[in-house]
Design a protein around this ligand. Structure first.
Ligand SMILES: C[S@@+](CC[C@H](N)C(=O)[O-])C[C@H]1O[C@@H](n2cnc3c(N)ncnc32)[C@H](O)[C@@H]1O
Length: 470
């Protein structure tokens, strides 16, 4: 019998195996690594890499060793996620397996060896019919865990995003309250110019404000005219019993005191110019890495494309992601000198200097070069003051015939009353509606101009177009 400190047990006793469930975020979807068993039991069936734990190794080391021995994958961080011990789960005896999960960025090359005849990545929605042992159960549990982790991450990110940008929606409400939008609309609907004339406010900005109010549900927009929503009529019109306008005005004033708190609490001056630029460019990288890269890769097919020009490419996040997915692709990030200095660091951070190059230049320059088969214009054509036709003409000239233009932009819907993020962005910077941007792109000579995808939670969409063959 066992005594403390001894590892000799009388058989039969439960024994321990360890499994490694490794997922990768492939552009075509999430995949998981399986091996085809080369030995009985379950010879020829697919299973997770794994095997018996040695007496002198920690659980995680056993899982890493088995992963390497059976697939050649090394250096993957593994974390224990569950143990499986149903009686009868393994025909060899009472075997309890401890399962580990890990993640890799892409479909790394794998090769079956040791107990494995083959190793292969499988789409998580298209796993082989019947996995060995109880690995169907393991797969189900692991995939559910993965989905729950993703949902948690999405929820947390959107919470952070809401917290970060909450002031924009409150500013819309406070400014509309201050200029009296809801009062002038209390009796009848009006067009934007009538409202700005009654409120004695700047016509263009007022119209943008009205769009944002509509996106927030404070107003509705019907055939160009704005109406108070029921909620606005109840709480935001002077003289109503439940009127909140004074509280909103008070809050607007208190907000300025909060700005003072920020300045008082900090010992260094806020927003020194270079820091501001760095934050602006790295903000693009932050959002790309959390919300937008998958959206980009799932929207834009670059199969067979070899050279990509990323105009105003900022930190280079999209070029980097494209080159990681398409190893044949070479990209050039074209941007201002101070931005390229940042992009170079991001490219190095990602180890992509062999595929992603940079050019310092301005989009005002005569040309963007030539001979590219993809041009990316991501978030550099914000509405009608963004010189979009000039940028599109030079993008057209830079492309070979048959070349692909891929444009990412904040896009208002054609009624210009949403989506909210595009309407808020439009308040300060500007945004095209979907059909306006399609029109501007087509006018530059492109064909097949179409929206390939829209993502409401980031308020943007991808449009593609082709430079026609001559
Ligand atoms: C909103 S960021 C977009 C960055 C990147 N395309 C993305 O989607 O993440 C705009 C970019 O335009 C660049 N930019 C501004 N003025 C420019 C100019 N005159 N010529 C080239 N790039 C410029 C900025 O440096 C910045 O990287």
């Amino acid at each position: 019998m066992a005594t403390k400190g001894q590892y000799t047990y009388e058989w039969p006793r439960p024994m321990v195996t360890v499994d490694a469930i490794v997922f990768c975020n492939a552009a075509s979807g999430t995949k998981v690594l399986l091996i085809k068993r080369g030995k009985e039991p379950h010879k020829g069936q697919w299973a997770f890499p794994g095997g018996f734990l040695e007496l002198d190794e920690e659980l995680v080391d056993g899982a890493k060793r088995e992963l390497f021995e059976e697939t050649g994958l090394k250096g993957v961080e593994l974390e224990q996620f569950h143990s499986f011990g149903d009686i009868g789960r393994d025909p060899r005896g009472r075997l309890i397996t401890v399962s580990f999960m890990g993640f890799v960025d892409s479909e790394l090359p794998v090769k079956g060896s040791d107990d494995a005849e083959q190793a292969k990545w499988f789409d998580i929605n298209d796993l082989p019919e019947k996995l060995a042992f109880d690995h169907d159960l393991v797969a189900e549990k692991a995939i559910n865990t993965l989905k729950a982790m993703k949902t948690k991450k999405d929820d947390e990110l959107s919470k952070i995003d809401r917290l970060n940008w909450a002031w924009r929606t409150s500013r819309v409400l406070q400014i509309a309250n201050r200029i009296g939008v809801f009062d002038v609309l209390s009796n009848k609907p009006l067009f934007a110019e009538q409202i700005s004339s009654k409120c004695k406010t700047d016509a263009e900005l007022t119209e943008r404000l009205l769009m944002a109010c509509a996106a927030l549900g404070l107003l509705t927009k019907d055939r160009g005219q704005y109406h108070n929503s029921d909620m606005a009529n109840t709480y935001l019109v002077k003289g109503k019993k439940s009127y909140q306008g004074n509280m909103i005005a008070h809050s607007s004033w208190v907000r300025t005191r909060w700005d003072d708190i920020e300045n008082t609490i900090c010992n260094e001056p806020a927003n020194a110019k270079t820091k501001q630029h760095y934050n602006f460019i790295m903000a693009m990288d932050n959002i790309a890495n959390t919300l937008r890269i998958d959206f980009f890769l799932n929207s834009i097919d670059l199969s067979g494309r070899e050279s990509l020009l990323d105009v105003g490419g900022g930190p280079g996040s999209y070029s980097i992601a494209a080159c990681k997915k398409y190893p044949q692709l070479k990209a050039v990030v074209f941007d201002l000198k101070e931005t390229i200095a940042i992009a170079k660091k991001v490219i190095d951070r990602e180890g992509m200097a062999k595929q992603v190059d940079t050019i310092e230049g301005s989009w005002e320059a005569k040309t963007y070069g030539s001979g590219f088969d993809v041009v990316l214009l991501s978030n550099i054509m914000h509405g009608k003051n963004s010189h979009a036709p000039m940028k599109l003409k030079k993008a057209y000239d830079a492309l070979d015939p048959g070349g692909l233009l891929a444009v990412q932009e904040f896009l208002l819907d054609d009624n210009k009353d949403g989506p909210l993020i595009a309407a808020l962005f439009n308040m300060m910077v500007g945004a095209f509606s979907q059909s306006e941007l399609i029109e501007v792109i087509s006018q530059a000579g492109f064909t097949n101009t179409k929206i390939v995808s829209l993502k409401e939670d980031v308020g943007s969409g991808w449009i593609t177009a082709i430079k026609p063959q001559i």
